[in-house]
Design a protein around this ligand. Structure first.
Ligand SMILES: Cc1ncc(COP(=O)(O)O)c(C=O)c1O
Length: 385
Protein backbone atom coordinates (compact mmCIF):
# COMPACT_ATOMS: atom_id res chain seq x y z
CA UNK A 1 0.00 0.00 0.00
CA UNK A 2 1.27 3.49 -0.85
CA UNK A 3 2.38 5.54 2.15
CA UNK A 4 0.43 8.65 3.10
CA UNK A 5 2.59 11.39 4.59
CA UNK A 6 0.67 13.51 7.08
CA UNK A 7 3.55 15.15 8.96
CA UNK A 8 4.11 18.35 6.98
CA UNK A 9 4.34 20.38 10.21
CA UNK A 10 7.63 18.55 10.87
CA UNK A 11 9.00 18.69 7.32
CA UNK A 12 7.65 19.18 3.81
CA UNK A 13 8.86 17.18 0.85
CA UNK A 14 11.38 19.23 -1.13
CA UNK A 15 9.68 21.26 -3.88
CA UNK A 16 10.72 20.41 -7.46
CA UNK A 17 11.79 24.01 -8.08
CA UNK A 18 14.03 23.90 -5.00
CA UNK A 19 15.64 20.63 -6.08
CA UNK A 20 16.31 22.11 -9.53
CA UNK A 21 17.71 25.32 -8.04
CA UNK A 22 20.04 23.32 -5.80
CA UNK A 23 21.23 21.20 -8.72
CA UNK A 24 21.83 24.31 -10.82
CA UNK A 25 23.75 26.03 -8.01
CA UNK A 26 25.78 23.27 -6.45
CA UNK A 27 28.53 23.09 -9.09
CA UNK A 28 28.52 26.84 -9.62
CA UNK A 29 29.16 27.61 -5.99
CA UNK A 30 32.60 26.06 -5.45
CA UNK A 31 33.91 29.44 -4.29
CA UNK A 32 33.53 30.87 -0.80
CA UNK A 33 31.23 33.90 -1.14
CA UNK A 34 33.51 35.83 1.23
CA UNK A 35 36.44 35.62 -1.22
CA UNK A 36 37.39 38.15 -3.89
CA UNK A 37 38.17 35.68 -6.71
CA UNK A 38 35.81 34.98 -9.62
CA UNK A 39 34.51 31.76 -8.03
CA UNK A 40 33.81 33.64 -4.82
CA UNK A 41 32.03 36.40 -6.74
CA UNK A 42 29.80 33.87 -8.48
CA UNK A 43 28.76 32.42 -5.11
CA UNK A 44 28.32 35.90 -3.67
CA UNK A 45 26.05 36.96 -6.54
CA UNK A 46 23.84 33.92 -6.01
CA UNK A 47 23.78 34.48 -2.26
CA UNK A 48 22.91 38.15 -2.64
CA UNK A 49 20.14 37.41 -5.11
CA UNK A 50 18.64 34.75 -2.85
CA UNK A 51 18.89 37.05 0.17
CA UNK A 52 17.26 39.96 -1.65
CA UNK A 53 14.28 37.95 -2.93
CA UNK A 54 13.74 36.23 0.42
CA UNK A 55 13.93 39.48 2.38
CA UNK A 56 11.57 41.18 -0.11
CA UNK A 57 8.98 38.42 0.36
CA UNK A 58 9.02 39.24 4.07
CA UNK A 59 8.75 42.97 3.38
CA UNK A 60 12.33 43.76 4.43
CA UNK A 61 15.68 44.52 2.85
CA UNK A 62 18.63 42.17 2.32
CA UNK A 63 20.61 43.89 5.11
CA UNK A 64 18.08 42.56 7.59
CA UNK A 65 18.24 38.87 6.72
CA UNK A 66 20.47 36.35 8.52
CA UNK A 67 20.73 32.78 7.22
CA UNK A 68 20.99 30.10 9.91
CA UNK A 69 21.12 26.33 10.25
CA UNK A 70 17.33 26.17 10.75
CA UNK A 71 14.51 27.51 12.86
CA UNK A 72 16.12 26.56 16.16
CA UNK A 73 19.29 28.54 15.54
CA UNK A 74 17.34 31.50 14.18
CA UNK A 75 15.25 31.46 17.37
CA UNK A 76 18.33 31.35 19.60
CA UNK A 77 19.73 34.33 17.72
CA UNK A 78 16.41 36.18 18.05
CA UNK A 79 16.20 35.49 21.81
CA UNK A 80 19.84 35.72 22.92
CA UNK A 81 21.23 38.12 20.28
CA UNK A 82 19.29 41.22 21.45
CA UNK A 83 20.06 40.38 25.08
CA UNK A 84 23.81 40.16 24.41
CA UNK A 85 23.68 43.43 22.45
CA UNK A 86 21.74 45.08 25.30
CA UNK A 87 24.30 43.92 27.89
CA UNK A 88 27.13 45.30 25.76
CA UNK A 89 25.56 48.74 25.52
CA UNK A 90 24.84 48.82 29.25
CA UNK A 91 21.09 48.42 28.91
CA UNK A 92 19.86 47.16 32.30
CA UNK A 93 16.53 45.68 31.22
CA UNK A 94 16.28 42.05 32.33
CA UNK A 95 12.72 40.91 31.67
CA UNK A 96 11.16 38.91 28.85
CA UNK A 97 7.60 37.86 28.14
CA UNK A 98 6.85 34.61 26.36
CA UNK A 99 3.73 32.71 25.30
CA UNK A 100 3.08 29.39 27.05
CA UNK A 101 2.62 27.43 23.81
CA UNK A 102 5.79 28.56 22.05
CA UNK A 103 8.00 25.95 20.43
CA UNK A 104 10.45 24.34 22.85
CA UNK A 105 13.33 26.19 21.13
CA UNK A 106 11.81 29.52 22.20
CA UNK A 107 10.99 28.31 25.70
CA UNK A 108 14.45 26.87 26.25
CA UNK A 109 16.26 29.88 24.81
CA UNK A 110 14.32 32.20 27.13
CA UNK A 111 15.01 29.84 30.05
CA UNK A 112 18.67 30.26 29.22
CA UNK A 113 18.28 34.03 29.54
CA UNK A 114 16.91 33.44 33.02
CA UNK A 115 19.54 30.89 34.06
CA UNK A 116 22.63 32.55 32.58
CA UNK A 117 21.80 36.25 32.36
CA UNK A 118 19.59 36.94 35.37
CA UNK A 119 16.39 37.63 33.42
CA UNK A 120 12.93 37.16 34.88
CA UNK A 121 10.42 35.44 32.60
CA UNK A 122 6.72 36.03 32.39
CA UNK A 123 4.97 33.12 30.72
CA UNK A 124 1.52 34.10 29.46
CA UNK A 125 -1.13 31.40 29.27
CA UNK A 126 -3.62 30.49 26.56
CA UNK A 127 -7.32 29.69 26.36
CA UNK A 128 -8.73 26.26 25.48
CA UNK A 129 -8.18 26.91 21.77
CA UNK A 130 -4.45 27.56 22.31
CA UNK A 131 -4.64 31.33 21.75
CA UNK A 132 -2.66 33.67 23.96
CA UNK A 133 -4.66 36.27 25.87
CA UNK A 134 -3.43 39.49 24.22
CA UNK A 135 -4.58 41.67 27.13
CA UNK A 136 -2.60 39.60 29.63
CA UNK A 137 0.44 39.59 27.43
CA UNK A 138 0.29 43.35 26.93
CA UNK A 139 -0.19 43.88 30.67
CA UNK A 140 2.97 41.85 31.34
CA UNK A 141 5.16 44.21 29.26
CA UNK A 142 6.88 46.79 31.47
CA UNK A 143 9.68 49.33 31.11
CA UNK A 144 12.08 46.53 32.15
CA UNK A 145 11.00 44.24 29.27
CA UNK A 146 13.66 43.77 26.61
CA UNK A 147 11.73 41.38 24.37
CA UNK A 148 8.45 39.58 23.88
CA UNK A 149 8.22 36.20 22.14
CA UNK A 150 4.97 35.21 20.49
CA UNK A 151 4.69 32.75 17.63
CA UNK A 152 2.52 33.36 14.57
CA UNK A 153 0.90 29.91 14.28
CA UNK A 154 1.12 27.10 16.78
CA UNK A 155 2.93 23.98 15.60
CA UNK A 156 0.74 21.49 17.47
CA UNK A 157 -2.83 22.80 17.30
CA UNK A 158 -2.62 25.50 14.60
CA UNK A 159 -3.89 28.42 16.72
CA UNK A 160 -2.78 31.80 15.35
CA UNK A 161 -1.67 34.38 17.86
CA UNK A 162 -2.52 38.10 18.26
CA UNK A 163 0.96 39.31 17.30
CA UNK A 164 -0.25 42.54 15.74
CA UNK A 165 -2.01 43.71 18.91
CA UNK A 166 0.97 42.80 21.06
CA UNK A 167 3.32 44.56 18.62
CA UNK A 168 1.68 47.92 19.34
CA UNK A 169 2.24 47.49 23.10
CA UNK A 170 5.86 46.47 22.47
CA UNK A 171 6.49 49.60 20.44
CA UNK A 172 4.87 51.82 23.09
CA UNK A 173 7.08 50.37 25.82
CA UNK A 174 10.30 50.07 23.83
CA UNK A 175 10.38 46.26 23.84
CA UNK A 176 11.23 44.12 20.81
CA UNK A 177 8.75 41.59 19.45
CA UNK A 178 10.08 38.27 18.16
CA UNK A 179 7.55 36.28 16.13
CA UNK A 180 8.43 32.64 15.53
CA UNK A 181 6.84 32.11 12.13
CA UNK A 182 8.40 28.71 11.41
CA UNK A 183 4.96 27.25 10.68
CA UNK A 184 3.73 30.26 8.71
CA UNK A 185 6.40 31.59 6.36
CA UNK A 186 5.65 30.10 2.93
CA UNK A 187 2.32 28.78 4.20
CA UNK A 188 0.38 31.79 5.43
CA UNK A 189 2.08 34.69 3.67
CA UNK A 190 3.44 36.60 6.65
CA UNK A 191 5.47 39.79 6.40
CA UNK A 192 7.32 41.71 9.11
CA UNK A 193 4.76 44.51 8.98
CA UNK A 194 1.70 42.31 8.88
CA UNK A 195 2.64 40.50 12.09
CA UNK A 196 4.33 43.54 13.64
CA UNK A 197 7.61 41.70 14.23
CA UNK A 198 11.00 43.24 14.99
CA UNK A 199 12.51 39.77 14.64
CA UNK A 200 10.89 37.01 12.60
CA UNK A 201 12.17 33.43 12.45
CA UNK A 202 11.57 30.78 9.79
CA UNK A 203 12.57 27.25 8.83
CA UNK A 204 13.00 26.43 5.12
CA UNK A 205 12.29 22.70 5.55
CA UNK A 206 8.75 23.63 6.53
CA UNK A 207 7.75 25.14 3.18
CA UNK A 208 9.46 22.78 0.77
CA UNK A 209 13.00 24.14 0.97
CA UNK A 210 16.15 22.36 2.14
CA UNK A 211 16.33 20.93 5.65
CA UNK A 212 18.84 22.44 8.04
CA UNK A 213 18.30 25.95 6.68
CA UNK A 214 16.41 28.81 8.27
CA UNK A 215 16.60 32.53 8.66
CA UNK A 216 16.00 35.47 10.91
CA UNK A 217 14.47 38.60 9.37
CA UNK A 218 15.08 41.86 11.22
CA UNK A 219 13.02 45.01 11.38
CA UNK A 220 14.60 48.42 11.83
CA UNK A 221 14.55 48.45 15.65
CA UNK A 222 16.33 45.13 16.19
CA UNK A 223 19.97 45.12 17.31
CA UNK A 224 21.86 41.85 17.67
CA UNK A 225 25.14 40.57 18.96
CA UNK A 226 26.22 37.31 17.30
CA UNK A 227 26.12 33.94 19.07
CA UNK A 228 28.76 32.51 16.75
CA UNK A 229 32.00 34.44 16.41
CA UNK A 230 34.85 33.91 14.00
CA UNK A 231 34.47 36.10 10.93
CA UNK A 232 32.54 39.06 9.57
CA UNK A 233 30.07 37.18 7.42
CA UNK A 234 26.41 38.18 7.41
CA UNK A 235 27.25 41.66 8.72
CA UNK A 236 28.85 40.16 11.83
CA UNK A 237 25.54 38.72 12.96
CA UNK A 238 26.35 35.07 12.37
CA UNK A 239 29.85 33.82 11.65
CA UNK A 240 30.55 30.64 9.71
CA UNK A 241 30.29 29.33 6.18
CA UNK A 242 27.03 29.35 4.25
CA UNK A 243 25.77 26.60 1.95
CA UNK A 244 24.98 28.90 -0.96
CA UNK A 245 23.33 26.17 -3.06
CA UNK A 246 20.97 25.41 -0.18
CA UNK A 247 20.24 29.11 0.27
CA UNK A 248 19.49 29.44 -3.47
CA UNK A 249 17.12 26.47 -3.17
CA UNK A 250 15.50 27.94 -0.04
CA UNK A 251 14.85 31.24 -1.81
CA UNK A 252 13.32 29.47 -4.81
CA UNK A 253 11.17 27.31 -2.51
CA UNK A 254 9.84 30.42 -0.79
CA UNK A 255 9.13 32.05 -4.14
CA UNK A 256 7.24 28.94 -5.33
CA UNK A 257 5.34 28.74 -2.03
CA UNK A 258 4.42 32.41 -2.29
CA UNK A 259 3.28 32.08 -5.91
CA UNK A 260 0.96 29.21 -4.91
CA UNK A 261 0.00 30.50 -1.51
CA UNK A 262 -3.70 30.95 -2.17
CA UNK A 263 -4.32 27.68 -3.97
CA UNK A 264 -2.26 25.64 -1.49
CA UNK A 265 -3.91 27.39 1.43
CA UNK A 266 -7.46 26.80 0.26
CA UNK A 267 -6.79 23.18 -0.71
CA UNK A 268 -5.33 22.43 2.71
CA UNK A 269 -8.05 24.32 4.53
CA UNK A 270 -10.66 22.05 2.92
CA UNK A 271 -8.70 18.97 4.02
CA UNK A 272 -8.15 20.31 7.53
CA UNK A 273 -11.84 20.98 8.09
CA UNK A 274 -12.79 17.59 6.66
CA UNK A 275 -10.37 15.78 8.96
CA UNK A 276 -11.35 17.85 11.97
CA UNK A 277 -15.01 17.03 11.47
CA UNK A 278 -14.49 13.35 10.65
CA UNK A 279 -12.19 12.20 13.47
CA UNK A 280 -14.61 12.70 16.40
CA UNK A 281 -17.42 11.21 14.30
CA UNK A 282 -15.37 8.13 13.46
CA UNK A 283 -14.76 6.97 17.05
CA UNK A 284 -16.20 7.77 20.48
CA UNK A 285 -14.04 9.61 23.00
CA UNK A 286 -12.07 11.63 20.44
CA UNK A 287 -11.58 15.36 20.76
CA UNK A 288 -9.97 17.73 18.26
CA UNK A 289 -8.09 20.79 19.49
CA UNK A 290 -7.31 24.29 18.32
CA UNK A 291 -9.62 26.87 16.77
CA UNK A 292 -11.83 26.08 13.80
CA UNK A 293 -11.48 29.50 12.14
CA UNK A 294 -8.41 31.71 11.61
CA UNK A 295 -6.09 28.78 12.10
CA UNK A 296 -3.10 27.30 10.35
CA UNK A 297 -4.44 25.54 7.23
CA UNK A 298 -2.60 22.27 7.65
CA UNK A 299 -2.72 21.12 11.27
CA UNK A 300 -5.23 18.92 13.11
CA UNK A 301 -4.54 17.74 16.66
CA UNK A 302 -6.70 15.01 18.17
CA UNK A 303 -6.71 13.09 21.43
CA UNK A 304 -8.35 9.70 21.90
CA UNK A 305 -9.36 8.53 25.36
CA UNK A 306 -8.02 5.17 26.50
CA UNK A 307 -5.02 4.96 24.18
CA UNK A 308 -1.43 6.09 24.25
CA UNK A 309 -0.39 8.66 21.60
CA UNK A 310 2.87 6.94 20.81
CA UNK A 311 1.16 3.56 20.37
CA UNK A 312 -1.49 5.21 18.20
CA UNK A 313 1.10 6.89 15.96
CA UNK A 314 2.91 3.53 15.65
CA UNK A 315 -0.36 1.77 14.78
CA UNK A 316 -1.08 4.39 12.10
CA UNK A 317 2.48 4.02 10.80
CA UNK A 318 1.94 0.25 10.45
CA UNK A 319 -1.20 1.03 8.46
CA UNK A 320 0.76 3.31 6.11
CA UNK A 321 0.15 6.77 7.62
CA UNK A 322 2.93 9.04 8.93
CA UNK A 323 1.67 11.27 11.74
CA UNK A 324 3.37 12.80 14.75
CA UNK A 325 2.49 11.94 18.31
CA UNK A 326 2.91 13.60 21.66
CA UNK A 327 4.94 16.65 22.38
CA UNK A 328 6.41 18.16 19.23
CA UNK A 329 10.15 18.10 19.48
CA UNK A 330 10.46 16.35 22.86
CA UNK A 331 13.26 13.85 22.37
CA UNK A 332 11.25 11.07 23.97
CA UNK A 333 7.71 12.14 23.25
CA UNK A 334 6.03 9.33 25.14
CA UNK A 335 7.66 10.47 28.37
CA UNK A 336 6.14 13.91 28.38
CA UNK A 337 2.67 15.26 27.67
CA UNK A 338 2.58 18.06 25.11
CA UNK A 339 3.22 21.37 26.93
CA UNK A 340 0.86 22.96 24.42
CA UNK A 341 -2.11 20.75 25.32
CA UNK A 342 -1.26 21.04 29.04
CA UNK A 343 -1.32 24.86 28.76
CA UNK A 344 -4.69 24.64 26.98
CA UNK A 345 -6.09 22.52 29.82
CA UNK A 346 -7.36 19.80 27.47
CA UNK A 347 -7.07 16.02 27.51
CA UNK A 348 -3.45 15.14 26.65
CA UNK A 349 -3.28 11.34 26.43
CA UNK A 350 -3.67 9.66 23.07
CA UNK A 351 -2.51 12.77 21.22
CA UNK A 352 -1.56 12.66 17.56
CA UNK A 353 -1.04 15.50 15.10
CA UNK A 354 -2.03 15.20 11.45
CA UNK A 355 -0.59 17.79 9.08
CA UNK A 356 -1.58 17.92 5.43
CA UNK A 357 0.32 19.35 2.47
CA UNK A 358 -0.46 20.54 -1.04
CA UNK A 359 -0.16 17.03 -2.50
CA UNK A 360 -2.45 15.44 0.10
CA UNK A 361 -5.69 14.23 -1.50
CA UNK A 362 -9.20 14.08 -0.11
CA UNK A 363 -9.00 10.28 -0.37
CA UNK A 364 -5.80 10.33 1.75
CA UNK A 365 -7.65 12.14 4.50
CA UNK A 366 -10.63 9.78 4.28
CA UNK A 367 -8.31 6.76 4.37
CA UNK A 368 -6.49 8.25 7.38
CA UNK A 369 -9.79 8.59 9.24
CA UNK A 370 -10.65 4.93 8.52
CA UNK A 371 -7.18 3.84 9.69
CA UNK A 372 -7.53 6.02 12.81
CA UNK A 373 -10.86 4.39 13.66
CA UNK A 374 -9.36 0.95 13.20
CA UNK A 375 -6.19 1.77 15.17
CA UNK A 376 -8.01 3.37 18.13
CA UNK A 377 -10.53 0.53 18.29
CA UNK A 378 -7.92 -2.21 18.22
CA UNK A 379 -5.67 -0.47 20.79
CA UNK A 380 -8.61 -0.03 23.15
CA UNK A 381 -9.49 -3.68 22.63
CA UNK A 382 -5.88 -4.71 23.36
CA UNK A 383 -5.85 -2.62 26.57
CA UNK A 384 -9.24 -4.12 27.54
CA UNK A 385 -10.89 -0.67 27.50
C1 LIG B 1 6.91 26.73 15.51
C2 LIG B 1 8.27 26.11 15.33
N1 LIG B 1 9.35 26.81 15.70
C3 LIG B 1 10.59 26.32 15.56
C4 LIG B 1 10.83 25.07 15.03
C5 LIG B 1 12.24 24.56 14.89
O1 LIG B 1 12.63 24.60 13.55
P1 LIG B 1 13.86 23.71 13.02
O2 LIG B 1 13.39 22.29 13.05
O3 LIG B 1 14.14 24.20 11.64
O4 LIG B 1 15.01 23.92 13.94
C6 LIG B 1 9.73 24.29 14.66
C7 LIG B 1 9.93 22.92 14.17
O5 LIG B 1 9.12 22.04 14.39
C8 LIG B 1 8.42 24.84 14.80
O6 LIG B 1 7.34 24.14 14.45
Amino acid sequence: MARVYLDHASLWPLRDEARQAWQDAVDLTVGDPARAHAEGRTSRDLLERATTTTAATLGGGPAGLVWTSGGTEAIHLAVLGPALAAERRGDRRRHVVVGAVEHSAVLRATERLAADHGYTLDVVGVDRSGTVDAERMMAAITGDTLSVHLQHANHEVGATQPTHEVAAACRDRGALLHVDACQSVGQMGVTLDQVGADLLTASCGKFGGPRGLGFLALGERARLAPLLEGDDRQRRRRAGGIDVAAVAAGAVALQAATDRLQSEHSHREVLRRRLRAALPEAVDGVEVHGPLADAHPGIVAATAQGVDGEALAAALDERGFAVHSGSSCASLPWEEASHVLVAMGVHTRGHVRFSVGPATRVSDVDDAVAAYRDAVTSLRHAYGR
